[in-house]
Write a protein that binds this ligand. Structure first.
Ligand code: NFS
Ligand code: SF4
Length: 624
């Protein structure tokens, strides 16, 4: 059994893991133990269940079967499995985006109760990017036209996505030459499912090219649409301070956790928690108020826009419940462990599922629909408040660890911190004070000590003057380690330290949830266009030190296809095919100008990124 410090580097998490052990409560780490040894066919990606002649599997040692019953080789099976993984990840981001646009559309028709246009300037600028004339039209009319245009991106039957308009021209040209310019968002995902049906696409390279195209339809399509529309509805994030980690849970207030991914719901919960009627009820129940805290990317969304505290990242969702201090765990979609059903039953916590798409064992269903959004949010918060008297004091342990952080660095906020133009950052990069840019993102994974990969990789980068941009669970890990504070520039190299001090920014910039990796794409485009080069020429590199989700695979795919070298900290299920592995880790360079590397050791991963940045600086003539 791994020791507690091998499960997580985070003190608060260690304390609650200890409590779990004492109370005999099972967590993801225990279930991981029970899965060991994990199936090596699965790990290598050489198992196929795509038809009912199978399941088939290829013997990696070359002694047993080398072909599936239909004749599929390891290369074909691995490539097909990878394509399905990318499709699932792209589907998750893009289906989230669709719901955001549908809410936006309903809002424009006055049918989405409490939703409003929060940022009219972003609405107008986005409308003009899509060629919508806004003169003489009301904001709602413009919104309605924009919503229609965006909805067409999903179901488009001919031509290519309009939402790649921000891609530097050199990149677009390359994609066109390769035939991987994304078409309709839904179309790419459906085509992946079609191609991987028995007897359709059976050439590994051909299959992977569709993977790149599908990834791109996510990054520059679905994810970017989600970010843009959410900014219009809820505001563009601006720098602000907040706190993170399990210590943000309150001893004397009602604790409501919002967990999942869509701000459509959590925005209303944050508002409902300030409703005078519910505050009065909380008082009557003996509580000192209502404390909303986030987990995973729903948490990142409310953190970025309201400074709502975050209780933890992916592997802390069970730990939050085990504190015994949560009145309601409110979830929508993605990265929500079904284990929460049984777990919440061990405490007084109400487990409330809200999405028409996602239910879990032992939940209270409180389905969320735009027309009654605020009313439902109030019912949810009321359920939490009324549950407060059921808190069992002897079962409550709230760790004291909570960490301050500075968040809210949308691309717009970064540009305005720079004084409105990318020039100061470009000059700092040219002069070498900022050696390069590192995008570090992604999940937790029980295969890695919780937060160990994230924190050590990021620390090593900033020590070497690499400015880090972060999203998702990496951002939360960095926040917990105190890296999202201007003071953290003490840990940075001299050049980066000076830049951070001059601008009053942290060396690690929190850019949002995982769909907000689109903000990183936009920033890279701005920098590439400003320098008159391609994204692949920038002294920049990406990493996902503890990734686990299918969404992360789609992200990795679009980041590499956009020209950014990316290091993965956990091993993807592709090693069963020499051809696919060498294409991903090398061959892609001559196709899209970037590739993947796999490196579990975060310090070595940082080294790979630094080598890459060095080479790009040299090629730009910047090796000063
Ligand atoms: Ni991204 Fe965000 Fe976290 Fe991974 Fe899950 S919450 S969308 S998938 S686990 S980073
Ligand atoms: Fe086996 Fe081919 Fe069917 Fe896959 S598609 S299960 S390899 S027969």
């Amino acid at each position: 059994k791994p020791e507690i410090y091998e499960k997580s580097i985070d003190l608060a998490s260690q304390k609650i893991l200890k409590k779990a052990e004492e109370e005999g409560i099972e967590t993801a780490w225990d279930r991981y133990e029970k899965q060991l040894p994990q199936c090596s066919f699965g790990q290598l990606g050489v198992c196929c269940r795509n038809c009912n002649m199978g399941p088939c599997r290829i013997d990696p040692f070359g002694e047993g079967a080398q072909k599936g019953i239909c004749g599929a080789t390891a290369d074909i099976i691995v490539a097909r499995n990878l394509l399905r993984t990318i499709a699932a990840g792209a589907a998750a981001h893009s289906d989230h985006a669709r719901d955001a646009v549908l809410t936006f559309k309903k809002m424009s028709e006055g049918e989405a109760g409490s939703y409003r246009i929060k940022d009219e300037a972003k609405l107008l600028s986005l409308a003009s990017e899509y060629g919508i004339v806004s003169e003489g039209k009301s904001p709602k009319e413009v919104a309605s036209r924009l919503a229609d245009t965006l909805l067409q991106e999903f179901g488009k039957q001919d031509g290519h996505l309009l939402c790649t308009r921000r891609v530097p021209e050199s990149r677009l040209k390359l994609w066109a030459e390769l035939g991987i310019e994304p078409r309709g968002i839904d179309r790419e995902i459906v085509e992946c499912m079609h191609r991987t049906h028995i007897g359709v696409d059976n050439d590994a390279v051909h299959i992977l090219l569709q993977g790149l195209r599908t990834g791109l339809s996510d990054g520059w399509g679905g994810s970017m649409i989600a970010t843009d529309v959410q900014d219009i509805l809820f505001g563009i994030p601006q720098p602000r301070r907040s706190t993170v980690n399990l210590g943000v849970l309150s001893k004397d207030k009602v604790n409501v956790i919002v967990h999942g991914h869509e701000p459509i719901l959590s925005e209303m919960i944050v508002e409902a928690a300030e409703d005078p009627e519910l505050l009065k009820l909380a008082e009557e129940m003996g509580a000192a108020g209502i404390n909303v805290a986030g987990i995973c990317c729903t948490g990142n969304e409310t953190l970025m826009r309201h400074g709502t505290p975050i209780a933890g990242n992916f592997l802390q969702q069970e730990l939050a419940v085990i504190t015994g201090a949560i009145e309601a765990m409110v979830v929508d979609v993605q990265c929500v462990m079904p284990s929460l059903g049984e777990l919440t039953g061990c405490y007084h916590t109400k487990f409330i599922s809200t999405s028409p798409k996602a239910d879990f064992p032992n939940t209270i269903r409180m389905e969320f629909h735009e027309g009654r959004a605020y009313e439902t949010a109030k019912e949810i918060v009321r359920t939490a408040v009324e549950n407060f008297p059921n808190r069992v004091l002897e079962k409550v342990t709230i760790p004291e660890e909570k960490q301050e952080c500075m968040v809210g660095f949308s691309a717009e906020a970064i540009l305005s911190a720079l004084g409105g133009s990318p020039d100061p950052l470009i000059e700092a990069i040219k002069g070498g004070a900022v050696w390069g840019i590192g995008a570090v993102v992604g999940c937790n994974n029980v295969k890695v000590t919780h937060n160990y990969g994230h924190v050590n990789l990021v620390k090593e980068l900033i020590k070497n003057n690499v400015l880090v941009v972060t999203t998702g669970c990496n951002a939360i890990a960095c926040a917990e380690a105190g890296l999202l504070l201007p003071e953290a520039s003490e840990l940075a190299g001299d050049g980066l330290k000076a830049v951070c001090r001059a601008l009053g920014i942290p060396p690690v910039l929190h850019m949002g949830s995982c769909v907000d990796i689109s903000r990183i794409l936009v920033l890279s485009s701005v920098l590439a266009n400003y320098l008159g080069v391609d994204i692949s020429d920038l002294p920049a590199a990406g990493a996902a030190p503890e990734w686990m989700s299918e969404k992360a695979v789609s992200i990795g795919t679009y980041v590499v296809s956009s020209g950014v070298f990316t290091v993965l900290g956990t091993i993807p299920a592709v090693l069963g095919s020499q051809a696919v592995t060498s294409l991903l880790t090398g061959g892609l360079n001559s196709v899209v100008g970037a590739s993947f590397a796999v490196e579990p050791d975060p310090l070595k991963a940082a080294e790979l990124m630094l080598e890459h940045i060095d080479a790009k600086r040299k090629a730009l003539g910047l090796d000063s």
